[in-house]
Every structure is written in structure tokens, then in C-alpha cells.
Design a binder for this molecule. Structure first.
Ligand SMILES: Cc1cc2nc3c(=O)[nH]c(=O)nc-3n(C[C@H](O)[C@H](O)[C@H](O)COP(=O)(O)OP(=O)(O)OC[C@H]3O[C@@H](n4cnc5c(N)ncnc54)[C@H](O)[C@@H]3O)c2cc1C
Length: 275
């Protein structure tokens, strides 16, 4: 049997008063008040929680997203595979990672833990998976004993090897990660991890968590922009439209017709007075 690693996702902390910070950041753009005056009103309770929530909700429907970078979360993540970690670290904006090192950590368990996808059990190949990884564990331990440094011994470790992260991510990037990684096109393990990150935020900040959806969600882009074939296979297709359907409706029921942008349209956007 494989010694299975268990995924753990914990919201360690978030920057104080995130909802108020979002409100004050957006407000600063649209108000004659200084930020300090806005904060005085917030702290004196002159602006209700509901007003703050509604105002933020309206702003989140627009493309004005830079205030979302002022809200920050810290997560502790453990027991995820190196397959997952390679995908996670591709996110490069608004996120910062510390990852457990395979150079400095000498894994000393008799039998190393690994992440095994359920598909291996469903295919009846879990025992062989376990045997191969037990052999890998043994060879890794022998390598360390023979004086091979951990940074070289790790060359036998597979994608299934577990790893840990301490990461910091802002709300704008968390939304983007959910757009991509809660979509069923994303790999199951990273989808599961991001779902747990969302659940952690939901426990403490439900007002913010409602926006953490796959990109087709009603609080995000609202439609699927993946291929039509992928959309047809998706369980969310029951409730979220594909972009081609929106174009069909635009053509069928709108007073206008979608077509490629031509010289006329470019002239219209170039003539700034008209905008
Ligand atoms: C379903 C799926 C399949 C994938 N398959 C593959 C694959 O086969 N091979 C592969 O290599 N990768 C693959 N990826 C990874 C993907 O290409 C991205 O590297 C990853 O999703 C990180 O997202 P991001 O580029 O939006 O980066 P983030 O850092 O999350 O980007 C945040 C935002 O900043 C923008 N941004 C970031 N950097 C720049 C920049 N330099 N210039 C302009 N804008 C920028 C992004 O466009 C985005 O809007 C896949 C991802 C998904 C979700």
C-alpha cells in the first residue's frame, strides 16, 4: 500500500479589515474625501456594512481591479504533489511562495508518503503504483546513506512526491486563480486545493468569497470561453452558457449583428470626443 500524503489547506491570516480596505481604496478614486476622512467615517460607524458591501459588489462588476491588490491572504498548504506545485508556481503576479526544499530537507521516513490519484485505484493499478514508490523510497534512503547529497538523491523522486507551501496571495490574483483553476479544465488536484482555499476564505469573509468562482460564474465573466467540445462535456454547462450561444442570441434577437471590427469601428474608437 502507498503511504498517502493528505492535502491540507489552511488560511493562516489575512490583512486586517479587508472589506473596509477595499471600500476605502475604491472610495478614494471616486470621492472628494481624503482617505483619512473616509477611514474616520468607517471607524465612526457612519457607513453601514451593507453600504460597504453593495459598493464593493458594484465595483467588482467593473474592470477597476487594482484596489483588489490591497487585500492579502496567507495560506499554509501541505501534502500536495510536485505535479501540482509545478502548476501553482506558474502564477507569477500578485502571489509569493515559499516551498519545502528537496535540497535542504532529507526525507527520513522508512516509507516516503506520496500523492496517488484515485484513477490508479479505479484502474486496479494502485498496488503496482505502491510497489514502485516503495522501491523509490528504499533507493532514496540508500542514496542518502551512501553519502549522496539530498539535492542529488531527490532525482529519483517522482511527480507524486508531496510538498508544502507558505504562500501570500492578493485578492486580485486569487480571483484569477479561481477563474482558471476552479474550471473543470484544470487538473483535479489543483482544482481541489483551490476549492479548499476558497472554502477557507468563505469561513471568515463570505462577502469576498462569493466572487471566487470559475471564470464562467455569474460573479465573474459569466460565460465559458473554452472550446465548444469542452463546454459540452462540462457539468456547469447546465447553468452557464458558452460564448458562441451569446453571439447567436445577439444576432438573433438584438437589433445589431456581430461582425469583425472594420475601419469604421477603429475610427470610432480613435475619435476620443465621441467616447
Ligand atoms: C487548464 C490549463 C491548462 C494549462 N496547460 C498548460 C500547458 O500545457 N503548458 C504550459 O506551459 N502551461 C499550461 N498552463 C499554465 C498557463 O499557461 C499559465 O502559465 C498559468 O495558468 C499561470 O497563469 P497566468 O499566466 O495567467 O499567470 P498569473 O501570474 O496568474 O497572471 C495574472 C495575470 O497577469 C497577467 N500577466 C502575468 N504575467 C504577464 C506578462 N508578463 N505580461 C502580460 N500579462 C501578464 C496574466 O495574463 C493574468 O491576467 C495551463 C493552465 C491551465 C489553467
Amino acid at each position: 500500500m502507498t503511504n498517502q500524503a493528505t492535502m491540507q489547506v489552511k488560511l493562516i491570516d489575512y490583512a486586517r479589515a479587508p472589506i473596509e480596505k477595499l471600500y476605502a481604496a475604491f472610495r478614494t478614486c471616486y470621492s472628494a474625501d481624503t482617505p483619512a476622512e473616509t477611514w474616520e467615517k468607517i471607524e465612526a460607524g457612519k457607513i453601514s456594512r451593507e453600504t460597504i458591501r453593495d459598493f464593493i459588489g458594484e465595483r467588482l462588476k467593473t474592470g477597476h481591479s487594482s484596489p483588489l491588490e490591497q487585500v492579502v491572504f496567507w495560506f499554509g498548504i501541505a501534502g500536495v504533489s510536485r505535479s501540482l506545485s509545478h502548476q501553482l508556481v506558474r502564477h507569477r503576479v500578485g502571489i509569493s511562495f515559499e516551498q519545502q526544499s528537496q535540497r535542504y530537507v532529507r526525507f527520513k521516513q522508512d516509507k516516503l508518503a506520496f500523492v496517488m490519484p484515485e484513477s490508479w485505484s479505479r484502474a486496479g493499478l494502485d498496488a503496482e503504483f505502491g510497489e514502485l514508490l516503495a522501491h523509490t523510497s528504499e533507493l532514496y534512503a540508500r542514496a542518502l546513506k551512501a553519502g549522496i547529497p539530498a539535492e542529488d538523491a531527490r532525482f529519483v523522486l517522482p511527480n507524486a512526491a508531496p510538498t508544502n507551501f507558505h504562500l501570500m496571495v492578493n485578492f486580485a490574483e486569487m480571483l484569477h486563480i479561481c477563474d482558471l483553476r476552479l474550471c473543470v479544465r484544470a487538473q483535479w488536484e489543483i482544482r481541489r486545493m483551490v476549492a479548499l482555499m476558497r472554502a477557507e476564505i468563505k469561513k471568515v469573509l463570505p462577502e469576498i468569497a462569493v466572487f471566487l468562482q470559475p471564470k464562467c460564474g455569474e460573479n465573474r465573466m459569466g460565460y465559458c470561453d473554452e472550446s465548444l467540445d469542452e463546454w459540452r462535456k462540462c457539468p456547469l454547462a447546465r447553468v452557464r452558457p458558452h460564448k458562441s450561444v451569446l453571439f447567436e442570441l445577439y444576432d438573433r434577437y438584438g437589433s445589431r449583428k456581430a461582425r469583425a471590427l472594420g475601419d469604421e469601428e477603429f475610427r470610432a474608437v480613435e475619435e476620443k470626443e465621441q467616447l
